[in-house]
Design a protein around this ligand. Structure first.
Ligand code: ATP
Length: 344
């Protein structure tokens, strides 16, 4: 693995066991300085353990961790303690000191120096709380407390910010606003950040890169659109977003399926499962079609239609909300390609 000056985090062959359970398995990861990466995965896949290993709250059984070009866990296992790793942490519950003012919270990790007060004010301005320095944490809303936690983590200019489910305590309306704010603040500060989430929409909408973790391993790291449109494995395709898998027989760049011939992104041969996202499907009313709508759910922003195909299998389509073809209608089904296929 080649590590350059612009690499903020390098992880090589990192593993952590708890008894017979391997929580983190042979993980390799690189994060370029200034990037915002989401670590996404189902519950129990090892996201928090990986974050705690990076922060130094857990010791790995194997592997190397480098932060800001410095080895903090070497091949012999001995690690640099958490407070010397130049890592800032933002927790789910913000973990502000309740007896300290907002400004004192932000100043907490800063060494005493003539610049200290100016840096605190700079951070409070950055997070939009320039006038809130004297207030106490309990006097702030959840979103404001989150911004103070971020300011506190950023204050000592860490090489890396780690955020553990940072938005999960906020209600849905506030979450959208706060996560955009957090992204903007991190950008303005030029910070490098890794955040753990199990919220796919959150990961896809604000991260520069998304790493998908399944069963203790990182199975793909990619920009959000690439991850969604070109998942590396069937497991990633199934975990990230809604999808249909249509059985087909591939002959090079085309696969024969119950929907007819489907264009493939990369050539395959033999039995495959073709991934078709529900929003890539179009339905056209056709009384002669063997396919039939069997269920329709209206969601406001879109309509989901379940269609029973001629071979008895079901496929789901997401259509614009003005499509009001009722259940029982016969429809032609077409999919926008080219499509990703996985060998069966
Ligand atoms: P969630 O999204 O639910 O928080 P996660 O992806 O963060 O899950 P981890 O908390 O990292 O997953 O846990 C990974 C696995 O390791 C789980 O099976 C968990 O039960 C186990 N585990 C974590 N910490 C410990 C521990 N201290 N002792 C024993 N097992 C642990």
């Amino acid at each position: 693995m080649i590590t350059t000056d612009t690499t903020a985090l390098t992880i090589q062959r990192l593993s952590r066991r708890y008894g017979s359970l391997i929580a983190v398995r042979d993980v390799n990861l690189e994060l370029e300085a200034g990037k915002f990466m989401a670590l996404l995965g189902p519950s129990g896949c090892g996201k928090t353990t990986l974050l705690r290993l990076i922060a130094g709250f857990e010791q790995p059984d194997n592997g190397v961790i480098m932060i800001g070009g410095r080895t903090v866990v070497g091949p012999c296992g001995a690690g640099i303690p958490p407070e010397q790793r130049r890592v800032g942490m933002v927790f789910q519950d913000y973990a502000l000191f309740p007896h300290l003012s907002v400004a004192q919270n932000v100043a907490y990790g800063l060494p005493r120096s003539p610049d200290r007060e100016a840096r605190v004010q700079e951070l409070l301005t950055l997070v939009g709380l320039a006038d809130a320095g004297r207030r106490m944490p309990h006097e702030l809303s959840g979103g404001q407390q989150q911004r103070v936690a971020l300011a506190r983590a950023l204050a000592p200019r860490p090489a890396l910010i780690l955020l553990d489910e940072p938005f999960s305590n906020l209600d849905a309306g506030l979450r959208l606003a706060v996560r955009n704010e957090v992204r903007q603040i991190l950008r303005r500060e030029g910070a490098t950040a890794l955040f753990v989430t199990h919220d796919q929409e959150e990961a896809l909408s604000i991260a520069d890169l998304v790493g998908v973790m399944i069963g203790g391993q990182i199975v793909q790291v990619a920009p959000p659109r690439e991850l969604y449109e070109r998942p590396a494995t069937r497991a990633v395709a199934a975990f990230v977003g809604e999808t249909n898998f249509v059985p087909a027989e591939a002959h090079g760049s085309v696969a024969q399926s119950p929907l007819g011939p489907l264009p493939l992104l990369t050539p395959h041969h033999g039995p495959v499962q073709v991934m078709i996202r529900p929003e890539a499907i179009e339905l056209t009313v056709d009384e002669d079609s063997p396919h039939q709508i069997v269920e329709r759910n209206y969601f406001g922003a879109n309509v989901r239609c379940d269609v029973r195909l001629s071979d008895g299998s079901l496929i789901s389509a997401r259509l614009a909300p003005w499509h009001d073809v009722p259940p029982g209608s016969r429809v032609r089904v077409s999919a926008r390609g080219p499509l990703v296929a996985f060998a069966d």
